[in-house]
Design a protein around this ligand. Structure first.
Ligand code: UDP
Ligand code: MG
Length: 169
C-alpha cells in the first residue's frame, strides 16, 4: 500500500513535469546558413517528430547576441562569438515535443564538433568549435529565456499536429 502510494506520486510528478508541449530554441548560426544546411537541420527535427512552432530568418544586433550569450560574458571567446552571430543571417526556430530540450541537445552533439558522434548534427556537418553551425537551449530555463528574447508571443504558432496520435501513446 505504502509502496503503491510512492509509485503513484512518482507518476504524478512525471505527468505534471513531462509535457508534449515542451519547447526549445534552436538557431542555425550564420555559418550553417551560408553553408546551405538550414534544410538538413529542419529535416532532422521534423523527421524526429518534433513540431515547428516558430521560424524566422534574421540578422540580429550585436547587443542581442551579447544578451543571448550573457552567461558566457567572462569567457575569452565571448566577443568573437557575439560578433560572428551578428555577422549574417541566422534561422531562429522554436521546436516543440516531449523532452525536446534534452533531445535537441543530443541531436546537436557536443559543443566541439571534434567530440561529437557521427549521426549528430555537429558530428556530421561541421568541424571546428567556433563554426559549429547550430545553437540549442541547454535547459528548460534557458529555453524559456531564449524564446522570450528571440520571439514575440504572436510569432509563436499554436496548432495541433495531425501526427500527434501516431507519435504519442
Ligand atoms: N565557443 C567557442 N569557443 C569555446 C567554447 C565555445 O567559440 O571555447 C562557441 C561555440 O560556437 C559554442 C558557443 O560558443 O557553440 C556557445 O558555447 P556553449 O558552451 O554555450 O556551447 P553550446 O551550448 O553551443 O554547445
Ligand atoms: Mg550554450
Amino acid at each position: 500500500m505504502g509502496q503503491n502510494t510512492a509509485e503513484s506520486s512518482v507518476s504524478l510528478i512525471n505527468s505534471s513535469t513531462m509535457s508534449n508541449t515542451e519547447r526549445t530554441f534552436i538557431a542555425v548560426k550564420p555559418d550553417g546558413v551560408q553553408r546551405g544546411l538550414v534544410g538538413e537541420i529542419i529535416k532532422r527535427f521534423e523527421q524526429r517528430g518534433f513540431r515547428l512552432a516558430a521560424l524566422k530568418m534574421v540578422v540580429v544586433s550585436e547587443d542581442h547576441c551579447k544578451q543571448h550569450y550573457i552567461d558566457l560574458k567572462a569567457l575569452p571567446f565571448y566577443a568573437g562569438l557575439c560578433s560572428f552571430m551578428h555577422s549574417g543571417p541566422v534561422v531562429a526556430m522554436i521546436w516543440e515535443g516531449l523532452n525536446v530540450v534534452k533531445n535537441g541537445r543530443l541531436m546537436l552533439g557536443e559543443t566541439n564538433p571534434a567530440d561529437s558522434k557521427p549521426g549528430s548534427i555537429r558530428g556530421d556537418l561541421c568541424i571546428t568549435l567556433g563554426r559549429n553551425i547550430i545553437h540549442g537551449s541547454d535547459s528548460l530555463e534557458s529555453a524559456n529565456k531564449e524564446i522570450a528574447l528571440w520571439f514575440k508571443p504572436e510569432e509563436i504558432i499554436e496548432f495541433k499536429s495531425c501526427q500527434q496520435a501516431f507519435l504519442y501513446e
